[in-house]
Design a protein around this ligand. Structure first.
Ligand SMILES: *Cc1c(COP(=O)(O)O)cnc(C)c1O
Length: 404
């Protein structure tokens, strides 16, 4: 039998070194559990950054994938297929928008939202050519394309990748006055994560998103709501913006829309915005393909049918309360919503990575985000009893002396 080390060595030898994964080699998954090549079982409390809200290999999603794989996988948008329409109808109805534009990865969906907002700015708002501005937040994460990293505040995401696209202006996340001050006659959009995920599970003040949307409406600015990570049940509502009563003017979805089996993303908007796109303006070879559409529809239905948002709300509040009770000297703060939880480690206790390594040794897979935060985001299908069993392990690792 091959050892973990030999798989790691092989991957390190042949891959670009753009990641530093924990040294665990996973070969099988089921629900909230995964198994490594030595047969050890781990509780997956990362869920592939919330792309696995429905758990590993949900039977309804894998079933849809297999059925569709036996019929038709790709047509390109040069032709119609018999799957895309029903998927987009269900997605639009579930989100409350009139139209959807399907893409594959999250970054592509964000790029699509940027293009839609700019074109709307020129054609509907009347901004002068090439003057459109989009306001973004410090500490944002919207993907890895050159345009997107160009407006990141994280130097590692940018360094060496310029020159970058102009037309972005940065404000602190969650500060409504800063947003108001940044808006001018060329502003076409405000792009925001309702909770910053990669930025360290940063929750803005209550009401921020609704105030931002009011401000946007008053100034003819579009609210681009990036719910790629927060959406589809993760935060205890179908969308995180629902906590504030808004889904934005363009809703950006991805990750769990593919149920962890296939990349499916897209944007949702009403006619006034989506009508800026005409044949040939924008596209993707795989966007809207029948395999992705079948998987996307099944993935969405699992979220709705199994009421995963409600589960995230109940289990998340329970877990956050218990984590706060642990009263560890290493913990600065426990924050989040639903099952999107960050445990921030105090600066004097070092980074979150050794804590994640210690959790891995004890059968729990988490990851560290923004250096000091342990991200806890299990599949939403997880059982209360499983969380109860995981809790003493967190307690042990966060106890003085276990790691630091
Ligand atoms: C993951 C993520 C993206 C990028 O998605 P990819 O599929 O990795 O391109 C964009 N925005 C947010 C908020 C994300 O969490």
């Amino acid at each position: 039998m091959r050892s973990t080390e030999s798989f790691v060595r092989e991957a390190e030898r042949w891959s670009a070194h753009n990641y530093a994964p924990l040294p665990v080699v996973i070969e099988r998954g089921d629900g909230c559990w995964v198994w490594d090549v030595d047969g050890r079982r781990y509780l997956d409390m990362l869920s592939a950054y919330s792309a696995l809200n429905q758990g590993h290999r949900h039977p309804a999603i894998v079933g849809a994938l297999k059925d569709q794989a036996d019929r038709l996988t790709l047509t390109s948008r040069a032709f119609h297929n018999d799957r895309m329409g029903a998927f987009l109808k269900a997605l639009a109805e579930a989100t409350g928008f009139t139209r959807a534009l399907p893409m594959n990865t999250g970054a592509e969906a964000v790029e699509t939202a940027i293009k839609a907002a700019r074109k709307w700015g020129y054609e509907v708002k009347g901004v002068a050519e090439d003057r459109a501005e989009i306001i973004v937040c410090e500490n944002n994460f919207h993907g890895r394309t050159t345009t997107i990293v160009g407006f990141s505040s994280e130097s590692q995401y940018r360094d060496g990748f310029g020159p970058f696209a102009p037309g972005f202006r940065m404000i602190p996340h969650g500060e409504i006055d800063a947003l108001e001050a940044a808006i001018n006659e060329n502003t076409v959009a405000f792009l925001v994560e309702p909770i910053q995920g990669e930025g360290g599970i940063v929750v803005p003040p209550d009401g921020f998103l609704s105030q931002a949307h009011d401000l946007c409406r008053a100034n003819q600015v579009l609210l681009l709501n990036d719910e790629i990570q927060t959406g589809l049940g993760r935060t205890g509502r179908l969308f995180c913006g629902d906590w504030d009563g808004t889904r934005g003017d363009i809703l950006i979805v991805g990750k769990a829309l593919g149920g962890g089996v296939y990349p499916v993303s897209g944007i949702l908007a009403n006619d006034e915005i989506m009508d800026v796109f005409h044949p040939g303006d924008h596209g993707s070879t795989f966007g809207g393909n029948p395999l992705g559409a079948a998987v996307g529809l099944a993935s969405l239905n699992v979220i709705l049918d199994e009421e995963l948002a409600d589960r995230a709300l109940d289990l998340g509040s329970w877990l956050m309360d218990r984590l706060r009770e642990l009263d560890s000297p290493h913990v600065q703060e426990v924050r989040g919503r639903g099952l999107m939880i960050g445990v921030e480690i105090k600066a004097e206790s070092g980074t979150a990575r050794p804590f994640c390594e210690a959790l891995k040794e004890r059968g729990i897979l988490c990851n560290d985000t923004h250096h000091h935060t342990i991200r806890i985001a299990p599949p939403l299908v997880i059982q209360r009893e499983t969380l109860e069993e995981a809790l003493p392990i967190f307690e042990e690792v966060l106890r003085p002396g276990a790691v630091a």
